[in-house]
Design a protein around this ligand. Structure first.
Ligand code: IMP
Ligand code: MG
Length: 180
């Protein structure tokens, strides 16, 4: 598994201190607001577990699972495979995402959640890859962990063909792995 990594982009230490930094900001932002923190599965699982413990104010956990029904997310044809369970009406909602790439998934997620009439809706993404953005997506993330170059990354929840999610750092895959 580790042999398939070309280079480490973000170390465990970098990830840890970013989580702490974002946690402090979000704690201040959501103090007294009892937010619902919505994780978009599956890529966000590891980041979510770390972030939720860095947000030191009462909050609720919820998840949704979306996927594309034609090819990859870059086609923009998304469906909700599992919706949130809480009633979001009038609540402060924070979306946690692993990566903001083309933006198609986040755009879809935001539209879907806005229909539930939350009092506020903000986005926190661990990674942002602005070079890949679909020009039709004008949405911006409110909180970004790291802006990264246009490379395919894995680890800390992010996968390639459902693997590498359990690497503790974010790394760039060797090109030969794709060509296998
Ligand atoms: P979107 O292109 O912004 O819709 O991103 C959709 C999803 O693609 C993300 O939530 C990730 O699961 C996946 N994704 C995008 N870029 C990468 C990457 O570099 N590594 C692993 N997964 C990625
Ligand atoms: Mg994925």
């Amino acid at each position: 598994m580790e042999n398939d990594i070309q280079s480490i982009l973000l170390t465990q230490q970098q990830l840890q201190s970013k989580v702490a930094e974002l946690g402090e900001i979000l704690t201040r932002e959501y103090e007294g607001k009892d937010p619902i923190i919505v994780g978009v599965l599956k890529g966000v699982a590891i980041f979510y577990a770390d972030m939720i413990r860095a947000i030191k104010t009462p909050c609720q956990m919820d998840f949704m699972w979306i996927s594309s029904y034609a090819g990859t997310s870059s086609t923009g044809n998304m469906i909700v495979r599992q919706d949130v369970t809480a009633d979001l009406k009038g609540r402060h909602v924070l979306i946690l995402e692993d990566i903001f790439d083309t933006g198609n998934s986040l755009d879809f997620t935001v539209r879907h959640l806005l229909e539930k009439e939350p009092a506020s809706l903000k986005i926190c993404t661990l990674l942002d890859k602005p070079e890949r953005r679909n020009p039709k997506v004008t949405l911006q993330a409110d909180y970004v962990g790291f802006t990264i170059p246009n490379a395919f990354v894995v680890g800390y929840g992010l996968d390639y063909n459902e693997h590498y999610r359990n690497l503790p750092y974010v790394g760039i895959l060797k090109p030969e792995v794709y060509e296998k």
